[in-house]
Write a protein that binds this ligand. Structure first.
Ligand code: ZN
Length: 317
């Protein structure tokens, strides 16, 4: 009996492998996920296209853990329309292993984005201690020229290159979200155009007030360093994003919209922005029809044309 079992064990693996090796190529069709893109549908309105964007992304060219073209893949899969590659100017722990200047990560990402028909924006993160903190310069031409001793000079150069500049994660690394004089001066000189009210897993209510008070653009981004699908539970929730109302689906379209303040931040199922932009977005997504009125009761059909989740609260007043 013992002998019989032994011979079965020997023969069985040989049969299985023999069959697979005879086939030319054997693939399980349901396995590969690289071509699957999440569908985040938000209808356009008033001639605007609604684009889902992430303006704060790191690669191995600074302290991220992912190669730039894979960042494009991740964002495409997640259903985004545009990203900015914003590696730190001053903090590049792998620079002796990963060769290239401060524009290299963008170049690699851009080549892949062109292949996919995706928008990648050249950016850089000016990275200093508070009070000034971290600021992203987006839509720049040459990140190398932002490598300056004084961060204010770096921002001057960014502005010269036509950048949109955003103040990053005001509530990090401490929880104070203090708007210092240096920020007030930069806002006055139009060297800060937007603030991250959301960064990664954090929302900064004070930054919301600054956007409102100074008429700045509301921004919400991942600031992702690790692998996207290891960072966010994509089955339940995606990372934060900046939803932009653009006149056209292009880098210029995104830039014009940001400078004009046409954005709303998505943070889980919470939408954050100015009253005007939120109303426009909600009106584009939801429509209603009164089906029947009986006394003080009405039957109303509400249609959600988007994939966003909305909660309806009944006001009985
Ligand atoms: Zn960053």
């Amino acid at each position: 009996m013992k002998k019989f079992c032994f011979s079965l064990l020997l023969v069985f693996p040989i049969l299985v492998f023999g069959q697979l090796r005879n086939a030319d190529v054997y693939k399980l069709p349901e396995m590969g996920k690289e071509n699957i893109r999440e569908n985040i549908n938000i209808p356009g309105f008033d001639g605007y296209e609604v684009l889902k964007c992430d303006f704060h992304i790191h690669t191995v060219f600074s302290d991220g853990r992912v190669w730039p073209d894979m960042r494009v893949n991740e964002a495409w899969q997640q259903g985004l329309d545009a990203i900015a590659i914003t590696d730190h100017i001053e903090y590049r722990p792998f620079k002796d292993m990963v060769i290239g200047d401060l524009n290299e990560s963008y170049k690699i990402a851009k080549a892949h984005a062109d292949y996919l028909g995706f928008i990648v924006i050249k950016g850089a993160e000016v990275t200093r201690e508070k009070p000034i903190g971290h600021l992203n310069a987006l839509f720049i031409n040459d990140a190398n020229k932002l490598d300056q001793e004084d961060p204010v000079d770096a921002l001057r150069e960014a502005k010269k290159q036509g950048a949109f500049i955003m103040w990053n994660h005001p509530g990090w690394p401490n929880d104070t979200s203090t708007l210092y004089n240096v920020h007030k001066d930069l806002i006055k000189q139009k060297k800060i155009h937007g603030i991250e009210v959301v960064n990664g897993f954090e929302y900064y209510p004070k930054a919301f007030n600054y956007c409102k008070e100074y008429g700045l653009t509301y921004m919400g981004n991942t600031d992702i360093h690790g692998v996207y699908k290891q960072t966010y539970r994509t089955d339940k929730q995606s990372g934060p994003m900046t939803i932009v109302f653009a006149k056209e689906r292009s880098q210029e379209g995104v830039k014009e919209a940001l400078l004009a303040g046409r954005s709303v931040v998505k943070f889980g199922d919470i939408l954050i922005g100015s009253e005007k932009n939120l109303l426009s977005l909600v009106k584009a997504c939801l429509s209603y029809e009164v089906k029947e009125v009986k006394g003080n009761q009405a039957l109303v059909k509400v249609t959600n044309k988007s994939t966003l989740n909305f909660e309806i609260l009944l006001d009985n007043k």
